[in-house]
Write a protein that binds this ligand. Structure first.
Ligand SMILES: [Zn+2]
Length: 433
């Protein structure tokens, strides 16, 4: 029995390299069939819900491979349920959650806890375990046990693994289990006490800076370790021109390195820090126009494989302080699609197909997620996007529990208007009926 039909003139399925008209016939949580022509509402089962997307884009569900859900530990800032609601509202059907929770995701028990909580959430949650126990950078986590429980990668994100021997061991384990290592690349001696990009602006504002070489040096080290251990390395939130060049050269050499960029790093520069908005305090810091240009170039030529938000909720008490005290991180799930369309697609950096590749097939390939696009038997996860819808970012509408976005008040062009996960409509704008 068909429960849901989604049809339109503008299906873009990067998994199967298809752009054109189409109709998805969904039965329960699976795609029963996909046809390369529009469905006629008069000739289909009247009991099925019928969604005609018109000329809006119908894509396989978007994946955000870098999200902080804060549960367990900081349920006042976000929970697995609210984080997934934010994901649904932002057009994402799957999120990968980072291990810097309390307790840290360093054992099978914590992985199982998160997976059991996410059974009732509106998006799929894939868990990323830590490299080191309690993120202490000293002893490896229970990597094998966590792989058995279902983790898709390991990282000490939020911190850099400063001990190259430990990173090497982590990569060797990850290689054995067939999962990638995600590098939060930051030399923590060079970045110590820094809050913003080191440069003209940090000097003008009198704030300790984080130099771009703090990132470049660890990216270079991790590329060498990847080559040495023959294990895939994924560079999280790449932010500097130097790192983009290193990843490009490593790819040319055949090293299995991939990278992601966040909307804030490709849309903002440190000039904005003159506003003293603590929501702009992120790690790595927002950089200069030259870095933004390099990110655009890297996104365009394929050096940067993915767009990921680094969604990092913080409570108002934490952020309502001076720059030097503010914790790193901003919200991302509900603005990622709008920012990517506004700053990449509408500015001519990427085609819409190019962007969707970085939000669907590329993260899926890197993390070996169970998605393969619109095919019979596939998971019924779908995102409908209106690429031209103009909207203003309004914090009062956020599904996230937190409000720490510097984009509040921004006018963006393009938005996810309907999200279907597991065959169910989990988010829908009024315009979608
Ligand atoms: Zn990070």
């Amino acid at each position: 029995m068909i429960d849901l039909i989604v049809t339109g003139d503008n299906v873009i399925d990067r998994y199967n390299d298809y752009s054109g008209a189409g109709a998805l016939y969904i039965s329960d949580d699976k795609i029963e069939s996909f046809e390369k022509q529009k469905a006629d509402p008069d000739s289909v089962d009247k009991n099925a819900r019928f969604i005609d997307a018109g000329d809006k884009i119908i894509s396989p569900g978007l994946v955000d491979m870098h999200v902080h859900l804060r549960e367990p530990g900081r349920e006042d800032e976000e929970t697995i349920i609210t984080g997934c609601e934010a994901a649904s509202a932002g057009g994402f059907t799957a999120v990968c959650c980072m291990p810097n929770t309390r307790p840290v995701i360093d054992s099978q028990e914590v992985v199982r806890f998160i997976l059991s909580r996410s059974r009732f959430s509106s998006a799929r949650v894939f868990v990323i375990g830590s490299i080191s126990r309690d993120l202490d950078g000293k002893q490896l986590s229970e990597i094998g046990d966590m792989v058995d429980a279902g983790i898709v990668a390991i990282t000490d994100d939020g911190k850099s693994v400063m001990n190259a021997q430990l990173m090497r061991n982590g990569m060797e384990y990850a290689g054995m289990f067939g999962i990638p290592v995600i590098s939060h690349a930051e030399d923590m001696n060079l970045s110590k006490n820094g809050k913003v990009n080191e440069g003209y602006i940090s000097t003008v504002l009198g704030i300790k800076g984080i130099p771009s070489i703090a990132e470049d040096i660890i990216v270079a080290r991790d590329i060498y370790l990847s080559k040495f251990t023959n294990t895939p390395i994924h560079i999280a939130h790449i932010s500097t021109k130097g790192s983009v060049n290193l990843v490009r050269e490593a790819k040319e050499e055949g090293i299995i390195v991939t990278a992601e960029a966040t909307p804030h790093h490709f849309s903002l520069t440190d000039e904005l820090l003159r506003s003293f908005d603590t929501n702009l305090i992120v790690n790595p810091p927002i950089r200069t126009q030259a870095d933004v240009d390099a990110l655009h170039e890297g996104l365009k030529d394929g050096t940067i494989d993915c767009v990921a938000s680094d969604h990092a909720p913080h409570s108002p008490e934490e952020k309502d302080v001076e720059f030097n005290q503010a914790p790193f991180g901003m919200l991302g799930l509900e603005t990622s699609v709008g920012l990517s369309l506004t700053y990449l697609v509408h500015k001519g950096v990427l085609t819409i197909e190019g962007l969707l590749e970085k939000m669907t097939v590329n993260p899926t390939r890197i993390l070996k997620l169970p998605y393969n696009g619109f095919q019979a038997g596939s998971l019924a996860d779908v995102t409908i996007i209106d690429p031209d819808l103009e909207w203003i970012v309004d914090a009062s509408k956020f599904r996230s529990k937190s409000r720490n976005s510097p984009y509040v008040g921004y006018k963006l062009r393009g938005k996810a208007v309907c999200t279907i996960c597991n065959g169910k409509v989990v988010y829908s704008e009024n315009s979608m009926g």
